[in-house]
Design a protein around this ligand. Structure first.
Ligand code: PLZ
Length: 452
């Protein structure tokens, strides 16, 4: 076993794949029947097994099956589940007090998380933060802050973008099914423009960045009016849209346009942030310094916490009492975040993410050469994906994607799909996963692909 697992500091959970029942096993089936009776049908499930324990690179179910984890609870447990520093700090906080509400009596961990965010996020300007419970709530608040600062209303988002499931963030999210269908009407003053998606750009990838930026800027200028735009919100590496890396040069053009017109440029790094792509934040790869950055997921090792961080003068534009919520920046979640950040620094998790790319990407690329069903391999760090197509075409192949995911699940690999067309298999292992497990997971994908 590689040192990666030893360094994870996780619980004494065997770092192995182990399938001892049919998937799902009898206990999971029993619980699933109870779920179906008691839990609203709208709350879906990717894998029909119930979790019992998780840590390092594995998740164990109630029947004793142990899965290699390539999902991290959707890019959340980057430091591993129940990471030592997260448990230690959160436990101490649980014993001290669980809640006071920062709007009633503040507490140090909240301030310390904001201090950490100021230091870690791109740019050396004065920064401030506000903390919330979920990614969607952070995005909503970024928009509120940008509107009050600019005294403008319009918000620009992109094709294939995902920003959440609340009313405003549904409006910002691109994909109808399952996120928006039947749930309207949606919030007004939201405008969607093209993103530089090289693989699917009509004229090919070569001029994609320039052409997409031209189109986006032209649409904003002509259809909205740059002077009406409060914020441009974009994921530097689009997650739910299909792990799309905007063609190099696109993001800088959009950021420059925002700057020229006094528009607040918001990087939504809820999925791509906190070491996931091999940097602390994905926008660093193109030297982008966003005015505001939204974070969640990886920030707190599994506890619900989210943040908006940005230029002090923008963050301070909201009147006192204008931002908040009962639970935002809960002390236990803040303590967990400090444990998570401590782990990321100590284990140099950006480097781990790069190492994961180094191991996985060439193997995925080799598979793509052998299997026409893989249209493209993409992503950075431990945010990697394969886009599946009908061989010989670029036609999306969601059926093959679903079949591949199911085959992997049966073999003991927890893996997720994504994408506007449901045809992208994404790989989001915990950054502390052992190299043996990582390779074993890729072996499973490879074998399942050959059987497809
Ligand atoms: N912005 C970039 O990735 C959450 C959604 C899973 P919440 N992505 C996973 C699902 O089907 O609900 C996400 C994101 C980006 C915002 C969000 C929203 O974060 O914490 O789920 O509200």
């Amino acid at each position: 076993m590689s040192t990666m697992t030893e360094l994870s500091g996780g619980p004494a959970l065997p770092q192995e794949r182990r399938i001892v029942t049919a998937i799902p096993g009898p206990k999971s089936q029993e619980l699933m029947a109870r779920k179906e009776a008691a839990v609203a049908s709208g709350v879906g499930t990717v894998m029909p097994v119930f979790a019992r324990r998780a840590g390092g690179g594995v998740l164990e179910d109630v029947d004793g099956n142990s899965f290699i984890d390539f999902g991290s609870g959707i890019a959340v447990t980057s430091v591993g589940n129940s990471a030592e520093a997260v448990v230690r700090r959160a436990t101490a906080q649980l014993e001290a007090f669980t809640h006071s509400c920062v709007m009633v009596t503040p507490y140090e961990p909240y301030v310390e998380v904001c201090e950490q965010l100021a230091g870690l996020t791109p740019g050396d300007h004065a920064k401030k933060s506000a903390l919330f419970n979920s990614g969607a709530e952070a995005v909503e608040n970024a928009v509120k802050i940008a509107r009050v600062y600019t005294k403008r209303q319009a918000v620009v988002v992109f094709d294939h973008g995902y920003h959440g499931r609340t009313n405003l963030t549904m409006a910002l999210t691109s994909k109808s099914m399952p996120y928006k269908h039947g749930f309207g009407p949606f919030a007004p003053e939201v405008y969607r423009v093209p993103v530089a998606y090289p693989y699917r750009w009509l004229t090919g990838p070569e001029n994609c960045a320039e052409e997409a930026a031209d189109q986006a800027i032209d649409q904003i200028s002509k259809q909205v009016g740059a002077g009406n735009v409060a914020a441009i919100v974009i994921e530097p590496l689009l997650g739910e849209g299909g792990f799309i890396e905007p063609a190099k040069g696109f993001l800088p053009r959009i950021a420059e346009f925002a700057k020229t017109h006094g528009i607040v440029f918001v990087a939504d790094e809820i999925q791509s942030g906190f070491c996931r792509t091999g940097q602390w934040f994905a926008c660093e790869d193109e030297g982008i310094v966003p005015d505001l950055i939204t974070t969640a997921k990886g920030i707190a090792g599994g506890l619900p916490l989210a943040a908006v961080t940005g230029r002090a003068e923008i963050m301070d534009a909201a009147h006192s009492g204008g931002l908040g919520g009962t639970y935002g920046g809960n002390p236990v979640a803040c303590a967990a975040a400090l444990g998570s950040i401590e782990t990321m620094r100590e284990l140099d998790l950006p480097a781990r993410a790069k190492r994961i790319e180094e191991i996985m990407k060439p193997r995925l690329q080799k598979m793509a050469e052998q299997h026409g069903v893989i249209g493209e391999v993409r992503g950075r760090g431990a945010m990697l994906a394969i886009e599946l197509v009908k061989p010989g075409t670029k036609e999306p192949n969601p059926e093959a994607t679903a079949a591949l995911a199911k085959a992997c699940h049966q073999e003991g690999l927890l893996v997720l799909t994504t994408g506007t067309y449901g045809n992208v298999m994404r790989f989001l292992p915990p950054l502390v996963i052992g190299e043996d497990l990582l390779n074993e997971g890729v072996d499973i994908v490879e074998a399942a692909l050959s059987r497809l």
